[in-house]
Design a binder for this molecule. Structure first.
Ligand SMILES: *Cc1c(COP(=O)(O)O)cnc(C)c1O
Length: 464
C-alpha cells in the first residue's frame, strides 16, 4: 500500500538535485485500502452534497461538478507538476493557465486576468489592493472609501476594510435596486471604488448600471464587479461592457469546480488595462521558447499566492469551458435563468416572494415571515426540515432586506423533474408548518447530526 508514497517514482524527477532527494522511504502508517475507502465513504454519507442531492443554496451556485474535470486534474502530468519546475518542463500546465486567462478575459470583457486568488474574498482583497495602488501611483491618495450597497455579500465590506479602506453603505430602493440619489450623495473625491453585484443578491438586474457607471467614473472612482456568481449573464453581458474596471469570478461557483470539502476554491480577478500593471506577479507571458513566467514591475502589488495559484482547480474550470464549447456559456445562463424563473413562479404559490413581481435572474428570495407570524415556524425550521428529505437547504437570513429569507438558486444543471420534486416538498413542508409546527422545530431527525445549539456552540466551542 505505498501507492501515494512511491519514492522510486518521485526519484524519477531527474531535475531535482541529488542532495534534495529523499534517501530513505517515508515513514507513514499505512492502512489497507478497504479501511481507508470505508472511512471516507462513511464520512461522505454524513453529508449532503451536489453529488447526492439537489443543492439550491442561493448565491453559492452549487452546480454539478463534472467528473471530466476531476479526471483531467488527476492526469499525472498535471497533478505531479511541481510549482518550481523550470518553465520548459511544464509547458502544458502553463498553456492551460494562459488559455484560461484568455477565456476569462473574453467572458468578463477585461484586458488582463490574474489567476492567483484562492477564493472570492481573496480576489476582492487582491483587486482592492490593486485599486489602492492605482490611486497611490496617481498620487490621488485621499480616496479611501469603498461604497457597498446594503444587500452586498458580507465579503465585500470585509475585504474593503482588510485592504485598509473605509466602508460606506449605499441604500437600496423599494424595487430592490441601488438607490441612485443615495449613491449620488455618497460619491465624492474620497470615493475609491463602488462594489456591485449585478444581478444583485435579490436576483435582480441593476437596470441603471450605465448611469451608475457614468457617475462613479465622473467622481473619479472605480467600479468593481462582484462576479462570484456569473451564472445569470455568462456569454450574454460582460462586466467590462457595463463599465466595470475590475471583477472577480468564483471558479467554485460559475465555473463548476467543487466548493469547500471538494478542495480549495479559486477566485481569479480581471481588470481593465489601466489597472493591469498593479496586478500581482509574476506574469505569464509568451516568448520564443513558449510560455514563461516574467517578474512583475515596480507598479505591481507583489505576490498574492505561491506558485501558480490553485492549479488543479484552475484546470477543472478550463475543462468546464472546453466542455461547454463556443456557445455553451450562453446556454448556461439561459438554463440558469429559466430554471430560477420556473422555480420562482412555482414557489410563489407556496410562499411570498417580496421582490418577485417581475422576472428574476439566476436566483430569487422567498420569505417565511407570514409562516412565522401564523405558526411560529421560521426560515431556519424550514431549512432544517428540507434536510430530512435529502435535499440541501436554500440560503437563509440573507439578504437582510427580506425577513425570514430563503434564497433559492437552482443553477443550470438541474432538470425539471428535480425542480418539481423540490416544489412538492416545499408545499408539503409549508402545509406541515400549519398542522404540526413541532415537527419543523425538531428537524432534522433523520440526519447524523440533529439541530445544533448554535448559541452554545458559539459560547462554549469544542475546537478539537
Ligand atoms: C460567494 C460569494 C462571495 C465570496 O466568495 P468566497 O469564495 O466564499 O470567498 C462574494 N460575493 C458573492 C456575491 C458571493 O456569492
Amino acid at each position: 500500500m505505498s501507492l501515494w508514497f512511491d519514492t522510486a517514482r518521485s526519484h524519477r524527477i531527474t531535475s531535482l538535485p541529488g542532495h534534495l532527494r529523499r534517501r530513505a522511504p517515508l515513514l507513514i502508517d499505512v492502512l489497507p485500502e478497504n479501511d481507508l475507502v470505508r472511512h471516507h465513504v462513511n464520512l461522505s454519507r454524513k453529508n449532503l452534497c451536489v453529488d447526492s442531492s439537489f443543492y439550491p443554496l442561493g448565491s453559492c451556485t452549487m452546480k454539478y461538478s463534472s467528473k471530466a474535470g476531476e479526471a483531467a486534474a488527476a492526469e499525472r502530468g498535471f497533478f505531479q507538476a511541481h510549482p518550481w519546475q523550470p518553465d520548459t518542463e511544464v509547458q502544458g500546465v502553463l498553456a492551460v493557465l494562459a488559455e484560461l486567462q484568455a477565456d476569462l478575459a473574453a467572458l468578463t470583457g477585461m484586458d488582463a486576468v490574474c489567476l492567483y486568488p484562492a477564493a472570492g474574498a481573496h480576489g476582492e482583497l487582491c483587486a482592492l489592493k490593486a485599486a489602492r495602488q492605482y490611486f497611490r501611483l496617481k498620487k490621488d491618495t485621499g480616496r479611501l472609501e469603498v461604497l457597498v450597497p446594503e444587500n452586498a455579500h458580507g465579503t465585500n465590506p470585509a475585504s474593503a476594510s482588510m485592504a485598509g479602506l473605509r466602508v460606506v453603505v449605499v441604500k437600496m430602493n423599494s424595487a430592490g435596486r441601488v438607490d441612485l440619489p443615495d449613491l449620488r450623495a455618497k460619491l465624492s473625491n474620497r470615493t475609491a471604488v463602488l462594489m456591485l453585484t449585478n444581478p444583485n443578491t435579490l436576483g435582480l438586474f441593476e437596470t441603471d448600471i450605465e448611469s451608475i457607471a457614468r457617475e462613479v467614473h465622473a467622481a473619479g472612482g472605480l467600479l468593481y464587479y462582484d462576479g462570484a456568481n456569473l451564472n445569470a449573464i455568462l456569454g450574454r453581458v460582460r462586466p467590462g461592457d457595463m463599465g466595470f474596471d475590475m471583477v472577480h469570478v468564483n471558479l467554485h461557483k460559475t465555473f463548476s469546480i467543487p466548493h469547500g470539502a471538494g478542495g480549495p476554491g479559486a477566485g481569479p480577478i480581471g481588470v481593465k488595462a489601466h489597472l493591469a500593471p498593479c496586478l500581482p506577479g509574476p506574469y505569464l507571458t509568451k516568448s520564443m521558447f513558449g510560455h514563461v513566467w516574467t517578474p512583475a514591475g515596480t507598479e505591481s502589488i507583489g505576490r498574492f499566492h505561491s506558485a501558480y495559484g490553485n492549479f488543479l482547480n484552475l484546470m477543472k474550470a478550463w475543462v468546464y469551458l472546453r466542455l461547454l464549447g463556443d456557445d455553451g456559456a450562453r446556454r448556461v445562463s439561459l438554463a440558469a435563468v429559466l430554471n430560477a424563473n420556473y422555480l420562482q413562479e412555482k414557489i410563489k404559490q407556496i410562499l411570498p416572494v417580496p421582490y418577485g413581481a417581475g422576472r428574476c435572474m439566476h436566483e430569487f428570495v422567498a420569505s417565511a415571515q407570514t409562516i412565522k407570524e401564523n405558526f411560529g415556524v421560521s426560515a431556519m425550521d424550514i431549512a432544517k426540515r428540507i434536510l430530512d428529505e435529502g435535499i440541501y437547504a436554500p440560503t437563509v437570513y440573507f439578504p437582510l432586506l427580506v425577513r425570514e429569507a430563503l434564497m433559492i438558486e437552482p443553477t443550470e444543471t438541474e432538470r425539471r423533474e428535480t425542480l418539481d420534486h423540490f416544489v412538492a416538498l416545499m408545499k408539503l413542508i409549508v402545509e406541515e408548518a400549519a398542522a404540526h409546527p413541532d415537527r419543523l422545530h425538531d428537524a432534522p431527525v433523520r440526519q447524523p447530526v440533529r439541530r445544533v445549539d448554535e448559541v452554545r456552540a458559539a459560547r462554549h466551542p469544542i475546537l478539537k
